[in-house]
Design a protein around this ligand. Structure first.
Ligand code: PGA
Length: 298
C-alpha cells in the first residue's frame, strides 16, 4: 500500500520547485541528507522513480509530476487551514485582502487606519484598481472584500450599499463656465474634457448619464492626476466628490453647476456569494457599515 507522509511531500515539492536538494534543505531548515532521505523514502513507498537528474538539473518523471501536483494541493490546503484556524483562535490578528476602486481609496484608507487601531495585530493588503479589474477580482474570488460602485448582476454576490458617491464636474476657478448661470452638456462638450480611463466605473457612469463621448478627450487613470490637471487649467474634469473634498474646501478648484450633476451613486461592500468570510473580514465589513451612512457621502 502506498503510504507517504506530509514531511515527504514538503521535501519533494521543495526539491522540484527549487531544482535541488541543497536549496530545498535551506528553505526547509533541515540538512541536505535529511531532505534526500525523505524523497528516497517517498520513492520507495510509491515504488516508482519520481525524478531524473541530468547534470545539475532535477526534473520530475511522469509519476513524479502527479505527486508534485498532489504535494502542491496538499500544502496549499494545509497552509490555508493553518491561517484559518489561527484567525478563529486569534480573531484580532487575521489577514485582510481588499480590492478597492481607485475612487474609494481616499476614505477606505482612513477607515482602515482606524480599524487597525482597534485590531493592531491584523495585517492587510489593499489592491487599488479600477472597476474593470475589480470585476475580475470578484469573478476569481481573489479578495476577501471588494469596495466598488454598482455591483455587477452577472456574478453571484453578497453586496451592501454603505455610502453615497456623488460624481461632479470640476473646473479651474477662472473657467468662464463658472460665470454662466446654467451650464449645459453642450457647453461642456466645447471644453477639453479630462476623463478616467476605459474600464473606470466613474467614466462609464458619466458617459451613461450625460451622453458625452470621451473618445477624443484626455484620459488619465488617476483621480488625483485629473484634479491636478484641472488645477493647472487643462480642462474640465469628472470625479467623485471623495477625491476632491479638500481642494473644493480650499477653493483650488470649483464644482460646475451642470445638469445632471451631481450624479449620485452608492458605494458597495461586496464579496462572492460562495466565499466564507474570515472573522477579520466579517469585522471589517461590519466596521465599514457602522462607520458610514447609506444616505451620506462622508
Ligand atoms: P472607478 O471606481 O472609477 O475607480 O472604477 C468607481 C466604481 O467602481 O464604479
Amino acid at each position: 500500500m502506498i503510504n507517504y507522509t506530509l514531511k515527504q511531500l514538503y521535501s519533494f515539492e521543495s526539491v522540484i520547485r527549487l531544482g535541488g536538494f541543497t536549496t530545498a534543505s535551506k528553505e526547509l531548515h533541515i540538512t541536505q541528507p535529511a531532505v534526500y532521505m525523505q524523497v528516497q523514502q517517498l520513492q520507495e513507498s510509491i515504488g516508482a522513480k519520481l525524478f531524473d537528474i541530468n547534470g545539475k538539473k532535477i526534473s520530475p518523471t511522469f509519476v513524479g509530476k502527479k505527486i508534485y501536483k498532489t504535494a502542491i494541493e496538499t500544502i496549499n490546503t494545509l497552509e490555508t487551514s493553518k491561517l484559518e484556524i489561527n484567525e478563529i483562535l486569534n480573531p484580532d490578528s487575521g489577514h485582510l485582502q481588499i480590492a478597492v476602486a481607485t475612487t474609494a481609496n481616499s476614505f477606505i484608507s482612513a477607515l482602515l487606519s482606524k480599524f487597525k487601531k482597534e485590531f493592531p495585530k491584523m495585517t492587510f493588503y489593499i489592491d487599488v484598481t479600477n472597476r474593470h479589474a475589480l470585476l475580475d477580482n470578484l469573478k476569481n474570488n481573489n479578495a476577501d472584500l471588494v469596495i466598488m460602485g454598482e455591483p455587477p448582476k452577472d456574478i453571484p454576490l453578497i453586496s451592501q450599499a454603505f455610502m453615497k458617491n456623488p460624481l461632479i464636474a470640476i473646473a479651474h476657478p477662472q473657467n468662464n463656465l463658472l460665470n454662466k448661470k446654467k451650464v449645459t452638456i453642450k457647453d461642456l462638450s466645447q471644453e477639453t474634457l479630462l476623463t478616467r480611463e476605459v474600464g473606470s466605473g466613474t467614466r462609464i457612469t458619466i458617459e451613461r448619464f450625460t451622453g458625452l463621448n470621451f473618445n477624443s478627450d484626455i484620459q488619465i487613470n488617476s483621480n488625483e492626476a485629473i484634479v491636478e490637471a484641472v488645477q493647472a487649467g487643462l480642462g474640465v474634469g469628472f470625479v467623485s466628490m471623495h477625491s476632491v473634498s479638500l481642494q473644493l474646501k480650499n477653493k483650488i478648484i470649483k464644482e460646475l453647476n451642470v445638469d445632471p450633476f451631481p450624479i449620485i451613486r452608492q458605494w458597495h461592500i461586496v464579496h462572492h456569494a460562495d466565499a466564507e468570510l474570515s472573522p477579520i473580514a466579517r469585522r471589517f465589513k461590519q466596521y465599514v457599515i457602522d462607520n458610514t451612512k447609506v444616505g451620506e457621502y462622508l
